[in-house]
Ligand binder design. Structure first.
Ligand SMILES: [Mg+2]
Length: 214
């Protein structure tokens, strides 16, 4: 079956996690420290406790507006995203791979990042993609499940076997899409795993896609 659509995870796949880490682990604790007159260390401890109380299985975990309200933070969360624009770092091979693959395939993003983050993070890359999907914003799902991938195949009108996907989460980027017949690859940028469907950067993924297509 020829590949028609190539799908990419976002964080850890197209761009480094740095932007999100700075916002969630540094900026939000810093604002909390200002608001409640605490040391940064104490604020970080309390904010992380609050994060844990919600946990990553609930949609609120991903919702920055919710956290601004819950933690009673000053200012507008949109300003924070703007302020951190410079921390958005695509991996070095990304642009070249997208340029080449977009000549032969439809490219999409399938992410579990909320849309407000995606829009900022994809700056300069959005033109390569025909669709950009956010599991929490578009479907109210916190994880990329088999059902999520099935809905996406429906929306972009492609059979699972004609779609390839790559991402850095074993369960949500590899097992879930493979389970419905998508040609999924696990991206291991730190060279820990080897295997038939393991790639170590996106150029290797590109070569695998080209091989599938003969
Ligand atoms: Mg990822």
């Amino acid at each position: 079956m020829p590949i028609e659509v190539v799908s990419f995870d976002m964080e850890g796949t197209l761009i480094t996690p740095r932007f999100s880490e700075l916002i969630w682990e540094y900026d939000i604790p810093r604002l909390y420290a200002e608001r409640h007159s605490l040391t940064l260390e104490e604020a970080r401890r309390r904010v992380f406790e609050e994060y844990m109380e919600i946990g990553d299985e609930r949609p609120e975990w991903y919702d920055i507006e919710y956290w601004f309200r819950r933690l009673d933070l000053p200012g507008d969360w949109r300003e924070l995203l703007e302020m951190r624009r410079d921390a958005i770092e695509p991996y070095p091979e990304v642009k070249g791979v997208l340029e080449r693959l977009s000549e032969d395939y439809r490219l999409i993003v399938t992410s579990n990042t909320i849309r407000e983050f995606l829009e900022v993070q994809l700056q300069g890359l959005e033109g390569f993609f025909t669709h950009i999907f956010s599991a929490p914003s578009d479907f109210g799902e916190v994880k990329k499940t088999a059902g999520f991938y099935r809905r996406i195949c429906g929306i972009v009108s492609v059979k699972p076997s004609s779609m390839a996907h790559v991402g850095d989460h074993w369960r949500f980027d590899y097992l879930a899409p493979r389970s419905i017949g998508i040609e999924a690859y696990y991206l291991d940028r730190v060279d820990e795993r080897e295997g038939e469907h393991v790639v170590h950067d996106l150029e290797e993924f590109e070569r695998r896609i080209r091989l599938l297509d003969g």
